[in-house]
Design a protein around this ligand. Structure first.
Ligand code: S3P
Length: 428
């Protein structure tokens, strides 16, 4: 396996970065633009492979989508404008694409087949196929619809009340897309509040959704109207530089236009509790998706326990938080994060295995990990295992290492942050 050599022994990181667009919001902007009536213009769209796959899927569903760099124009013709695809819909590595798309297709009276890459083939789909079947969609798939390949024939849906068994914004969003097309009202009850980009975007496109704590209600047969969406920077991408700036001595990094939706800012709360030096300026709290500039400076950090309701607010940041914890004094315990096992890789296993290779003191538990800091990281040969967030975490880890570090499967980072290495090197 070919590997790239990572930069090690980095003395400090300084400078300013404009973080690329948010992955979750970029996906949703295409999906809503495609089912709305009229033109939708998206700016600062994320050019990661996952979001580009979402565009390709909607083109196969007959939607005219034009793109020039980070600007996308979607010519929506409403839900009824979607057409039966002549070809298989390939979502690549993207769990968000397949799960949300299934919710849209659940109400469409035609047949579609969905596949993805090897990682997608291992990720659980019953969490969406079961409620979508209860609403009225006909879904077939490997292991009774647990795994891809999946086929779906949508049609008439009846609204229902559904208690989510897992805290998952993907499942919630999938049911909301189906609920938009169902007769009557669909009610979703979340065990813990998860990211609310779908709810915000329904309103941005002129639709109605009622939110009472963890209960979300949507009426069917709504018509959405095309609009303009400016995608803020992805806090999950910013997280790599927040941690890098905190742990490398004499560092100061400014990250501009970062999404600060409160359902996503768990990383900031955790870093503040650990003693990080974070300042937020230009906080645009009233926008449809809040954003702001963040300045991070190096500081002394201490270990903490991360558990309970905060987990969905930082679920994608746990790999980089684990690295952060290796540089904090004392013990950090991460609990209630079983969901890590069903991400692009089993992130409990991949984080623990790869950080152990670099000399960290980290142990896996059933629902998270325990990290003892502060460790001097050494070096070695590591792999992203095809998981973008593991690859980027390891590149930041390498900057702390004293010996050589080689990374296999670095190309995984194209999924969410194609300019990651350019951004990292621009700060040295
Ligand atoms: C996402 C929700 C999260 C997250 C994923 C993106 C979304 O997954 O891990 O990267 O865009 O809704 P779950 O909702 O399944 O936890």
């Amino acid at each position: 396996m070919e590997a790239i050599q990572l930069h090690t022994n980095v003395k400090s990181l300084n400078g300013e970065l404009a973080i690329p667009g948010d992955k979750s919001i970029s996906h949703r902007s295409i999906m809503f633009g495609a089912i709305a009536e009229g033109e939708t213009t998206v700016t600062n769209f994320l050019l990661g492979d996952d979001c580009l796959n979402t565009i390709e899927c909607f083109k196969k569903l007959g939607v005219l989508i034009e793109r020039e760099d980070e600007k996308v124009i979607i010519h929506g013709k409403g839900l009824d404008g979607l057409q039966e695809p002549a070809d298989i819909l390939d979502v690549g590595n993207s769990g968000t694409t397949i799960r949300l798309l299934l919710g849209i297709l659940a109400g469409r009276p035609f047949h579609s087949v969905l596949i993805g890459d090897q990682s997608i083939g291992k990720r659980p789909m019953t969490r969406v196929t079961q409620p979508l079947r209860s609403l009225g969609a006909v879904i077939h798939g490997r292991k009774n619809g647990e795994f891809t390949p999946l086929s779906i024939k949508g049609g008439h849906l009846e609204g229902m009340e559904y208690q989510l068994p897992v805290a998952s914004a993907q499942v919630k969003s999938s049911i909301l897309f189906a609920g938009l097309q169902a007769s009557g009202t669909t009610t979703i009850i979340e065990p813990v509040k998860t990211r609310d980009h779908t709810e915000r975007m329904i309103r941005q496109f002129g639709g109605e959704v009622e939110i009472n704590g963890q209960t979300i209600q949507i009426k069917g047969n709504q018509k959405l109207t095309g609009t303009s969406i400016h995608v803020p920077g992805d806090i999950s991408s910013a997280a790599f530089f927040l941690v890098a700036g905190a742990v490398l001595p004499n560092s100061e990094i400014k990250l501009t236009n970062v999404g600060l939706n409160p359902t996503r800012t768990g990383i900031i709360d955790v870093m503040n509790e650990m003693g990080a030096d974070i300042t937020i300026t230009q906080h645009n709290e009233d926008a449809f998706e809040p954003s702001g500039d963040i300045v991070i400076k190096s500081s002394v950090l201490k270990g903490i326990t991360i558990e309970g309701n905060i987990i969905p607010r930082l679920i994608d940041e746990i790999p980089i938080i684990a690295l952060l914890a290796t540089q904090a004094e004392g013990k950090t315990i991460i609990k209630d994060a079983h969901e890590l096992k069903v991400k692009e890789t089993n992130r409990i296993d991949t984080v623990v295995a790869e950080l152990t290779k670099l000399g960290a003191d980290i142990e896996a538990t059933d629902d998270g990990m325990i990290i003892n800091g502060k460790s001097n990281l050494t070096g070695g040969s590591v792999s992203s295992h095809g998981d973008h967030r593991i690859g980027m975490m390891l590149a930041i880890a390498a900057s702390l290492c004293k010996e050589d570090v080689y990374l296999e499967k670095e190309d995984a980072i194209y999924v969410s942050y194609p300019s990651f290495f350019d951004h990292l090197h621009s700060l040295t």
